[in-house]
Structures are given as structure tokens and as C-alpha cells.
Write a protein that binds this ligand. Structure first.
Ligand SMILES: Nc1nc(=O)c2c([nH]1)NC[C@@H]1CN(c3ccc(C(=O)N[C@@H](CCC(=O)O)C(=O)O)cc3)C=[N+]21
Length: 285
């Protein structure tokens, strides 16, 4: 039985992080300045706390200044805005990330709108989304960027290929559709109201699953030899699993990303890469 080649996000992310650490170190030796990243978390969702800790560790290891800003779940939208305003003004902070989701009484869109687009390392402000839509340089969302970077480092061809994205979220599905289009893929975005999604996926060269439903993508969704990207992070009784039935699809796909060790680590590597870019001020808004 044939077996897909693993797209090793962990190893690729480690390499990118090492490359960044060298650049940051050289810059620091020359100028005494480091990139600063602030991760703002509202409330105490345990999964978010793990991600925030991982981001803190990764940015510190890359030689960046990492600041964790923890606000209580009872914080108001106004109080979060005040904190964002302070970080916008702070010259030692080059990247600001608002950890999502925020508690239901807080309007994430209002807060994101107030981020300085030059510091928007998640690429979620209307300014950066607009730049993505119009093909101008800008900060891109980390997970879609991580997917593109992983495909690029494995020399997976994209131009002229049919890509099916399962999921239309603001953080992943929608921006990824634009990045794939930019590289000349033919893109189809499926979602919860799509009838017969497996039939839509069957002739795709690249299938990306980003919905948060374990075992959603089965072998009958996958054309033999297709590239399968699993963005799902689901905590189940069997441990951490993605949206793809990994053992089954492994025997059919050409390439596949594992969970863990796939797109998750790439997301963090791209957060550091975006912070480096923001620090360099290449994208002066
Ligand atoms: N504003 C914002 N930007 C985000 O990018 C963002 C967010 N909010 N909210 C939550 C999601 C989730 N996310 C992950 C990042 C890394 C791993 C990761 O490194 N996962 C490891 C496993 C870690 C574990 O055991 O949980 C892996 O897949 O190998 C997972 C998930 C970023 N997110």
C-alpha cells in the first residue's frame, strides 16, 4: 500500500525559527535593538493559555522581546481598547496579537479595527485584509501564510492546480483562498451549507481542512496522490487530532500534514516572521 509523504511542519518551523534567530541576533549585535511582540489574552481559556505560552517561548527563543498581556475575563471592550492603544504607542512593541477567541461580551472586530496595521502581526485589520484582497504587500494571517510557506519549502506546485478549502473562517479559510488564488490555483471554498462536500473535494489536487471537526475528511474525499493540509486542532479522548482521518487518508494522499507537528508549529513560525517584518518596518502603513 502506498503512503503519503509527510509535510513536516515541526521541522520546517524549527528551521525558520533558527533562521530568524540568526537575523535577530545579528541585528541586536549591531544596533542593540530587538523586535518586541505583545500577545494580548482576555480571560483564561485553558487552550488559549497554552498557545500564548507557546508563542511566548518561541519569540523569546528567537531573541525577541515577548510581552504577555493578560486581562481578566471581566474586562470590558473599552478596557481592552485602552491596552491596545498603549501598545500601539509603545515604540518597543512592533507586533500585537489579540488571542482569539475573546469572551462573548467583547467585540473582537472593534478591537482589531483599532490595531495599528503596522503592528498587526495576525494580518486581521481591515487595512491588511484589504491589502491581501488587492495584492499589495502587507502583513498576512499566520496560519494561511504558514500553509503557503510549507508548500513552498516542499516545492509543491500550486499554479493551475485545483484547491479545495473546507472552512471559510476569517483567520484561515478566507485569507488562504486569496493567497492560493495569488499563486494561480483554482480555488473552491466549502462550508457548513455546502451539499455533498466530499464530491466537491474528490477532484482537488490540494485539500485544506480548517473547520474543527475530527475525522471530517475521509478517504472518499481525496483523489489519489492529492496534497492534504490539516489545520484542525481538536482535543479528543484519543488525544490531539486534526480534521482529517489521518491513518486512512495517509494511504491515499501524495502529501499530508500531521497533527500535531503540522500547521500549528508553522503558524507560530509565521507569527515570528511577521514580527520580524513589522520590526523592520518594511510595510510602513
Ligand atoms: N489571534 C489569533 N491568532 C492565532 O494564530 C490563533 C488564535 N488567535 N487563537 C487560537 C489559534 C490556534 N493557534 C495555534 C497555534 C499553534 C498551535 C500549535 O503549535 N500546535 C501544536 C500542538 C500544541 C498542542 O499540544 O496543543 C501542533 O499542532 O503541533 C496550535 C494552534 C493559533 N491561533
Amino acid at each position: 500500500m502506498s503512503k503519503a509523504q509527510l509535510l513536516d511542519g515541526k521541522a520546517t518551523a524549527d528551521q525558520i525559527r533558527a533562521e530568524l534567530a540568526v537575523k535577530v541576533g545579528e541585528h541586536y549585535a549591531r544596533t542593540g535593538r530587538r523586535p518586541g511582540l505583545a500577545v494580548v489574552m482576555v480571560g483564561d481559556d485553558p487552550a488559549s493559555a497554552v498557545y500564548v505560552r507557546n508563542k511566548h517561548r518561541a519569540s523569546t527563543q528567537a531573541g525577541m522581546d515577548s510581552r504577555q498581556v493578560l486581562l481578566p475575563a471581566s474586562a470590558t471592550t473599552g478596557q481592552v481598547l485602552e491596552m491596545i492603544e498603549m501598545l500601539n504607542q509603545d515604540p518597543s512593541i512592533h507586533g500585537i496579537l489579540l488571542q482569539l477567541p475573546v469572551p462573548p461580551h467583547i467585540d473582537a472586530q472593534v478591537i482589531i479595527k483599532h490595531l495599528d496595521p503596522r503592528k498587526d502581526v495576525d494580518g486581521l485589520t481591515p487595512t491588511n485584509m484589504g491589502r491581501l484582497m488587492t495584492g499589495q504587500p502587507g502583513l498576512r494571517p499566520c496560519t494561511p501564510l504558514g500553509i503557503m510557506e510549507l508548500l513552498s519549502r516542499y516545492h509543491v506546485p500550486i499554479a493551475g492546480k485545483k484547491a479545495v478549502i473546507v472552512g471559510r473562517s476569517q483567520l484561515v479559510g478566507k485569507p488562504l483562498a486569496l493567497l492560493l488564488l495569488e499563486k494561480d490555483a483554482t480555488v473552491c471554498v466549502l462550508h457548513s451549507k455546502t451539499p455533498n462536500p466530499s464530491i466537491m473535494a474528490q477532484d482537488a489536487d490540494i485539500v485544506v481542512a480548517a473547520v474543527g471537526r475530527p475525522h471530517l475528511v475521509q478517504t472518499d474525499w481525496i483523489k489519489p496522490g492529492a496534497v492534504v493540509i490539516d489545520v484542525g486542532i481538536n482535543r479528543t479522548a484519543q488525544g490531539l487530532v486534526g480534521d482529517v482521518d489521518f491513518p486512512a487518508v495517509l494511504t491515499r494522499a501524495g502529501y499530508i500534514t500531521p497533527v500535531p507537528g503540522g500547521i500549528g508549529p508553522m503558524t507560530i513560525a509565521m507569527l515570528l516572521s511577521n514580527t520580524w517584518q513589522a520590526f523592520q518596518g518594511e510595510l510602513n502603513a
